[in-house]
Design a protein. Sequence first.
Length: 204
Amino acid sequence: MIVKTAFVGSTMQLRVELRHITPTIWRSLVVPAEVTLDVLHDILQVAFGWTNSHLHDFQVADARFGMADVADELMLVDERAAPLGAVACQGTAFLYRYDYGDDWEHEITVESISEPGPGPVVVKCLEGARACPPEDCGGPPGHENLLRVLAGPTDEEHRDMKRWVGRGFDPERFNLGKVNKKLGVIGRRLERGARAGRGPRRTR
């Protein structure tokens, strides 16, 4: 959802890096400061290319925010009640975890915040580098092994791994246009919700 607060009209530029991966997989994003963390989750899923198949949470200082249906069980604050602008300011660095098995950690840094002003809701990726790891590949160690096998000789292990990831997988490729096309869908839904005076439905 999008929340009517003092943050309305401001945008935040975020630098998001996937930790424990070399070379770095990263994205630079512009998002409304008033989006709640559940929507930021949707944005991050699209920006990196994840498939929203696992649990997640956000760690901001000592506070953990997560999905409503598991918040009580895992002792998390409901992410739907946390606007980004209320929990982070310029210079804040916080963590987004996705898939508790593979344990993908995304470090998010608020690089800048615009002055409030009129205009459409903007959700955009400015730039980025490298492809998202395949889901369920085993976290950073599994990703490292995957790339090692794919770069190695064409033996049985190489062929098996190639079939598993699919022929179109290129670890160095990042399609900015494709990402922004999908982020545009989220932005338009947020815009419609803001005009109607309510938050939009979940985007995924």
